[in-house]
Design a protein around this ligand. Structure first.
Ligand code: PLP
Length: 377
C-alpha cells in the first residue's frame, strides 16, 4: 500500500532506529544518575541530541527542552507563560492566536479562556494565512502577553510570514510563539535570524523520528538569563526545571538523529517534494480538469502537501474506496471525525470541506507510484 499521509506521521528512518537501539538495550542508564558509566553514557547521548536539535534550528543547546511531542510543547509554552506572567494582579492576561491552529493550541487557548484569560482567535485569508499588517494592528491594539501563530498549516500547507512576524515581535518586545511542527525538514528554520521568535514547538514523528518525543524551544532573554515559565510537570527538576521526569533517552537520541538528517537533507528533500507535487498536480489538472479544486496557494506552501476538493464527491467515501491502495486523509489526523475548522475558517462551505482530501508526500515515493491517481475519473 502506498502511504501518502506523511503530515499525520512518518515512517521511522532506518538510521534513527539504528541510533536508538543501544539505548533500549545495553545503554539503559538514567542520565540524572552520577559517576558510573551507564549514567554518563546516557547523559552524553542526551547532550549530543540536544546539540543536533539546536543545530537544526539555529538556537543554543540549552534552549532545547525535550517534551513528549508538539502537543505538550504547545501546552507547556502557552499555559506556562500565561500562568507565570498572568497570575499577578493587574498583569496582562491577553493571549492571541488564529482560528486555524492545531487543536493543541486552540484547546489550550479555550482552557485558558475559561480561566479568566482574554483570548482572541484571529481570522485568516482563503489560504488560512495571516498578514503582517493584520498582526501588527491587532498586537498594537491589545498588547497581548503571548501571540501564537503556526509556521505552516497541517491541513492546507500554507506558510505564514514568520520572518516578518519575527521582526515585528522583536520590535514590539511581545512574546511570540510558533508551532513549526509541519515545516521542519521542509522549510529552512534558523532562529539565529529570527530573534522575535521566542518560543517554537516541534515533533519527532513528523520528521522520521519516533513518536512520543518533541521539543519546546524556549529562547533565553540574554546569554545568561533564562526565560521563566510555569512548568506543566513538577518533580525532579530535569530539563532546567522546565520539564520534570526521567528523560526518554532512546527517544531523545532518535529525535537528535532525525534532526541531524532533516538538516543534512533539507535541500534535496525540498527539491524532490516539489518535483513530486508538481507531477501529481499535473496529473490532476490534466485528468480531472473541472472536477477538482485546490485549497492551497501555489506559492508560500509546504512542499509535498496537497489539499484538494473532488467536486461532488464525499471525501470519506473516496478515502474508503482508495484505502486498500493508498493511505490518505481528509485533513488533520487529530480531528478527523469533525469537519475541518481550518477549511471553515478559510471560507470553505461545509460541502467543500466534505469533498476535501489531503495528500502528503515523502521523498522516497516514485512517479510510478503516483500513477494510481491517473485511474481516478
Ligand atoms: N502541531 C501541528 C501543526 C501538528 O500538525 C501536530 C500533529 O499533527 C501537532 C502540533 C501535534 O504533534 P504531536 O503529535 O507531536 O503531539
Amino acid at each position: 500500500m502506498l502511504y501518502l499521509d506523511n503530515s499525520a506521521t512518518t515512517k521511522i528512518h532506518p538510521e534513527v532506529l539504528e541510533a536508538m537501539m543501544p539505548y533500549l538495550q545495553e545503554e539503559y542508564g538514567n542520565p540524572s544518575s552520577k559517576f558510573y558509566s551507564l549514567a554518563e553514557n546516557a547523559k552524553k547521548a542526551v547532550a549530543k541530541a540536544r546539540e543536533q536539535v539546536a543545530s537544526l534550528l539555529g538556537c543554543d543547546p540549552d534552549e532545547v527542552v525535550f517534551t513528549s511531542g508538539a502537543t505538550e510543547s504547545n501546552n507547556m509554552i502557552i499555559k506556562g507563560i500565561a500562568d507565570y506572567y498572568g497570575r499577578e494582579d493587574g498583569a496582562n492576561k491577553r493571549l492571541m492566536t488564529t482560528k486555524v491552529e492545531h487543536p493543541s493550541v486552540i484547546e489550550t487557548f479555550n482552557f485558558l479562556g475559561e480561566r479568566g484569560y482574554e483570548v482572541s482567535f484571529l481570522d485568516v485569508d482563503q489560504y488560512a494565512r495571516v498578514t503582517v499588517e493584520q498582526i501588527k494592528e491587532a498586537a498594537a491594539q491589545t498588547q497581548p502577553l503571548l501571540t501564537s501563530i503556526m509556521w505552516g498549516n497541517n491541513e492546507i500547507g500554507s506558510l505564514n510570514p514568520i520572518a516578518e512576524l519575527s521582526a515585528l515581535f522583536e520590535e514590539n518586545g511581545l512574546f511570540f510563539h510558533t508551532d513549526a511542527t509541519q515545516v521542519i525538514g521542509k522549510v529552512p528554520v534558523d532562529l539565529k535570524n529570527l530573534k522575535g521568535v521566542r518560543f517554537l514547538s516541534m515533533s519527532g514523528h513528523k520528521i522520521g523520528g519516533p513518536k512520543g518525543i518533541g521539543a519546546a524551544i524556549i529562547r533565553k532573554q540574554s546569554k545568561e538569563i533564562y526565560t521563566r515559565l510555569t512548568p506543566l510537570m513538577h518533580g525532579g527538576g530535569q530539563e532546567n526545571n522546565y520539564r520534570s521526569g526521567t528523560l526518554a533517552v532512546h527517544n531523545i537520541v532518535g529525535l537528535g538523529k532525525a534532526a541531524e538528517l532533516a538538516a543534512a537533507n533539507l535541500e534535496q528533500n525540498v527539491q524532490r517534494l516539489t518535483e513530486l507535487e508538481q507531477y501529481l498536480t499535473d496529473i490532476f489538472k490534466t485528468n480531472l480538469s473541472g472536477k477538482i479544486k485546490f485549497n492551497s496557494d501555489e506559492k508560500d506552501k509546504i512542499p509535498g502537501l496537497i489539499s484538494l476538493q473532488f467536486i461532488g464527491v464525499n471525501n470519506e467515501l473516496l478515502l474508503k474506496k482508495l484505502a486498500d491502495y493508498v493511505a490518505l486523509s481528509s485533513g488533520s489526523a487529530c480531528s478527523s471525525s469533525k469537519p475541518s475548522h481550518v477549511l471553515s475558517a478559510a471560507g470553505r462551505s461545509l460541502e467543500e470541506v466534505r469533498q476535501t482530501i489531503r495528500i502528503s508526500l515523502e521523498r522516497e515515493v516514485s512517479e510510478k507510484d503516483l500513477f494510481i491517481f491517473k485511474k481516478i475519473q
